[in-house]
Ligand binder design. Structure first.
Ligand code: FAD
Length: 393
């Protein structure tokens, strides 16, 4: 008995749509199922509504995984340049913001339209508002119990994403299916997520809500030199989002507030040349005024520099160059851009994303244990893993 479809893909997000178009162009009869009322909701909200759709400088070093070599093959075979060519073929206007980060000039809708058009041209069908209550392995492939009835397919691709932003339709569905078929899951946690602070520091920083300054933040041998943003809940901005993917509860962050300066030497020379100058004055020259004032007040630095001993200046330099912060936690999946962990990639083919011990079952995108840095890398993984599976499923 032949199957209803050659390929069923669960999840009409970035990875699922890319996979659907790729498989469809190979002549496969493809169905994409999603329980949401719209496809690609995360694409639409990404990059502040303008979708940072890839990063021209993406390398495997931009990804976190318990099995770091796994992502290399797929990323090599479908590159940022490949996706850029697709986007340009569809006439989408784009711009490079920070180095290598490509955004739509107009709207993230443009990227979703590229994918939906590709799916249409490739003959892939998309069924929304359809939930899947069960998946069963059968002789010819898989049988799905869905809210639209029973469906069979030869190949099943799980592209249901991670746990971040449950209000956008995120569920643990992919992990449940992985468990059902005996796969190991690595613990999941929120990544690219703002930090929350303990009450005392939160109160001290509250007046700075909205202030951003370039810092270098480090934790667990990783560091990022990018802006930090103080929010009414805690700390955010690119540097904090990046380091959050490496942070574990209880870890301390070390923040260099003046990464471009040699703080101790600056202060020594200021004391020598302008003895009446103050730490507050020095800070005001290098940090946003509100931040400088609040940080100065937090430490009670008063009086002219001539009154500071060498050891005092060393302490000031340390407080500025190595501000130790122990976050209370993170905002969690509610606001996280990604989910770390997931399906252990040691059980998947790095060329095809297929489960090694189970024929014709594939896991792609965020559901697997590959997570990119901020800056377009996560979509690049979605495209590359989607194409890898779409070429064989
Ligand atoms: P998703 O895009 O999450 O798609 C999964 C799909 O599966 C969804 O449509 C969901 O409805 C569906 N689904 C889930 N459970 C079920 C179920 N039980 N049954 C049926 N369907 C189901 N990355 C970048 O590279 N650049 C950015 O600019 C960027 N900005 C972001 C901004 C925000 C606010 C967020 C939250 C993320 C951002 N990301 C960005 C990360 C990026 O969106 C994800 O890495 C990417 O969407 C993952 O693609 P995916 O296809 O694996 O999963």
């Amino acid at each position: 008995m032949s199957s209803d479809y050659d390929v069923i893909i669960i999840g009409a997000g970035a990875a699922g749509l890319m996979c659907a178009a790729t498989a469809g162009y190979r002549g496969r009869k493809v169905l994409v199922i999603d329980h949401a009322n719209k496809p690609g909701k995360k694409i639409l909200m990404s990059g502040g509504g303008r979708c940072n759709f890839t990063n021209l400088n993406s390398t495997p070093a931009n990804f976190l995984s318990d099995n770091p070599h796994y992502c290399i093959s797929a990323l090599k075979r479908y590159t940022p340049q490949d996706f850029l060519e697709l986007v340009e073929r569809h006439g989408v206007e784009h711009e490079e913001k920070a180095a290598g980060q490509l955004f739509c000039k107009d709207s993230a809708k443009d990227i979703l339209n590229v994918l939906l058009t590709e799916c249409e041209w490739a003959g892939a069908e998309i069924r929304l508002k359809t939930s899947v209550s069960g998946v069963q392995g059968i002789d010819t492939g898989y049988k799905l119990a869905t809210s639209a009835g029973s469906l069979t397919c030869e190949s099943l691709v799980i592209a249901s994403g991670g746990l971040s932003i449950p209000t956008m339709g995120a569920t643990g569905f992919g992990y449940d299916i992985a468990r059902q078929f005996g796969l190991t899951l690595l613990p999941t946690r929120a990544g690219l997520v703002p930090f929350t602070l303990h009450p005392e520091l939160k109160e001290q920083l509250a007046p700075l809500s909205g202030v951003s300054c370039p810092v270098d933040v480090s934790c667990r041998d990783q560091h990022f030199r990018e802006p930090m943003l103080v929010t009414h809940r805690g700390l955010s901005g690119p540097s904090m989002l990046q380091i959050s993917s490496y942070w574990h509860p209880g870890d301390e962050l070390t923040v260099d507030l003046l990464p471009a300066n040699r703080i101790h030497e600056d202060l020594l020379s200021l004391r020598k040349n302008k003895p009446q100058s103050t730490v507050g004055h020095y800070l005001g020259q290098h940090l946003p005024k509100r931040f400088a004032q609040a940080y100065n007040d937090m430490h009670g630095w008063t009086g002219p520099l001539q009154g500071y001993k060498n050891s005092d200046l060393e302490q000031v330099a340390e407080a500025l160059g190595q501000w130790h912060i122990k976050p209370a936690g993170t905002e969690g999946y509610r606001t996280a851009e990604v989910t770390l962990g997931g399906v252990d990639t040691r059980q998947l083919s790095s060329k095809t994303m297929a489960v090694l011990e189970r024929p014709n079952l594939y896991f792609i995108g965020e559901v697997v244990d590959v997570t990119g840095h901020l800056g377009g890398h996560n979509f690049q993984w979605a495209w590359a893993s989607g194409v890898a599976a779409g070429n064989v499923a």
